[in-house]
Ligand binder design. Sequence first.
Ligand code: BGC
Ligand code: NOJ
Length: 812
Amino acid sequence: MKFGYFDDEAREYVITEPKTPYPWINYLGNEEFFGLVSNTAGGYCFYKDAKFRRLTRYRFNNVPMDVGGRYYYIKDGDTVWNPGWKPTQTDLDKYECRHGLSYSKFIGEKDGVSSELTCFVPKGTNAEVHKLAIENVSDVQKSLKLFSFIEWCLWNGMSDMENFQRNLSCGEVEIEDSVIYHKTEYKERRDHFAFFSVNAPINGFDTDRENFIGLYNGFENPQVVEAGMPRNSVAHGWSPIASHYIEVDLAPGEKRELVFILGYIENAQEEKWESKGVINKTKAKAMIANFDTTEKVDAALAEIATDWKRLLGVYQVSTGDEKIDRMVNIWNPYQCMVTFNMSRSASFFESGIGRGMGFRDSNQDLIGFVHQVPERARQRIIDIASTQFEDGSAYHQYQPLTKRGNADIGGDFNDDPLWLILSVSAYIKETGDWSILDESVPYDNDASKATDLFGHLTRSFNFTVNNLGPHGLPLIGRADWNDCLNLNCFSSDPNESFQTTNNKMGRTAESLMIAGQFVLYGREYVELCKRRGVDTAEAEKQIDAMIEAVKNYGWDGDWFLRAYDYYGKPVGSKENEEAQIFIESQGFCTMAEIGKEEGLCEKALDSVAERLACEHGIVLNNPAFTKYVIEYGEISTYPAGYKENAGIFCHNNPWVIIGETKLGRGDKALDYWKRIAPAFREEKSELHKMEPYVYSQMIAGKDAFKPGEAKNSWLTGTAAWNWAAISQDILGIKPGYDGLIIDPCVPKDWNKYKVTREYRGAIYNITIKNPSGVCKGVSSLAVNGEPVQGNVVPIQAADSVNEVDVVLGGKS
Ligand code: BGC
Ligand code: NOJ
């Protein structure tokens, strides 16, 4: 069953039934100000950091869920309704939520009144703009009462939820003309305030929640709305809100448009006040003036659309399969941009107070957006690398507001350093900007400890070399990519987190996933060294030794082992009772092509097909754990089939997909890709539960109670990795150091497709033909009619438009 449809032309997902199986959300904002908005206008917004600068309040764990957001109540006689259906849930004659690229539109119609609410964050602006159009589509006069509503968060998303003895006494507001200002803590240490404005005179307002809603009412029936009369309340402590009251009289056919702005302003210390106790509102007024007409708002909206057209234009495919095309051309790159902005901080599963920007996460996310915003990718790399330690290891996360690393979610994840090589090499391949390697970058944000970025990569590489275990394989530390494989943890205390608790200081537990990662990204490091004229003999020796160690100690007969535990016993082996095979080492060792000539990769991936693959995707391990294994940690805490315990962890499916392309098995690769691609799961929306336009972190695996049910949508490395898998390894258009590498691996029955790729300032219109029905292998390549040897399209002049003709298979 579906709850909407893709409007590819408009680049929107149109939800036509408000009762989706879960709130289906969208993100507003692409720079420093962001909003999360559900299909019923729920959610919240923040400036830069969802923990420290949260403008509006949001309650997770609420019942019913997803209440609180940008609410507009329209009172028409005795009927009260909302353009986004919630919170009144009054039946609408028409409901549509159009989630587009960085905006959401809510179209509601009731008893001859139609409304359209458009929410977005204009470029260069720290505000959400809400354009509300109300039209009388009946043939009688309408006297409507409109109430806006948002609830302020007392800035710190964490303390807002816990420190009530203080919170309920400190709220402060100011009201001037049609603008409600939120100035809690502005008088002392804060240099920022928020406001909610409307570009029309108001007939009243409320700023105190209990006055507006009433202590015994809810969002669905605020007492002020029921009475049809505002109280003009001024909040002193308790819970400050902002509500405008506007009388809207409409003749038949008449339409009124209003612009509401929910903005964030910073004032320098010496400019904070206009007069004693009165905020200096100069900047707020300037911001309001920027959007005081619908024309200005429409222009700002059009600017965002133009930006997206340009960003998505970098890679456009036409395969003839609309689902593939909409994933590649619209939704996958869109999700990649959102993960770039949010890392794992703020979604409907990430509370915005738990996690900042992850070291490993942000490096991996980069491969999904570097082609869209290369300059911002450059800055991101510098920010991430600046938190690295001198021995090459890393803080696991940093806070976006301060850009400082912290240990709040643990440390000593031994995969972390190697991801920096992935992101930096991806950046250079995309841009050709070798100068990044010469940038001086601090360690632990201490400028007195700095080397060039290349030095950081050397330390990343050497970190593994310096931390090998008894088999010459990399020590796992607290965990590798799989946060839940805690081989040194031995936790028996339910009050401690697996991520932060003290580890045993063992130097035995080793990871085959990091081994594959080291070989793969180590080779990349060697390539960078060569191009810089740095001697590579030692590094190559280390990589060769790692390959040998994997072959000698990391092969279980039919697949790669996953690890050695604290006692030196194999993990992910036929010897084990449960979890005999894991996905991560199969993915990484096959991507690194370890033992490919000897047939190990083929065998490993056949085992994946046999043991791990199912209808909904590839599970993480098999059989699932059914009991807690203290020497394995968090992985064995999850019920079978969920999350890291045999869930379909969508992030690592593309590792297998890419592994399949290394073997040239294009049918298998695309088949796996389709199993988890959200557009292909749209028909199963009731089961899948999450948005059909973005990936979820996890789909319940075959051992789960409800196989196929997804969770944790949006903020997942799945977006970037699937982008890499489909755009580079399946469709085969891959940025290289010397040009665009053409190396498709597609199903045999594909005979033709086209890709337009903007690359280093030039445009490449690439036509790929497959006359002899092969999966892989370029037999001829021509650029602008001229044959080119090999499969690399040399870099063409900036601004040139080039025709690239590729033929796969035997010579034709
Ligand atoms: C989850 C992991 C996640 C980690 C974050 C664990 O509970 O299972 O997926 O990476 O927490 O710190
Ligand atoms: C989610 C985390 O954000 C990521 O860093 C980790 O690799 C995966 N979970 C797997 O545990």
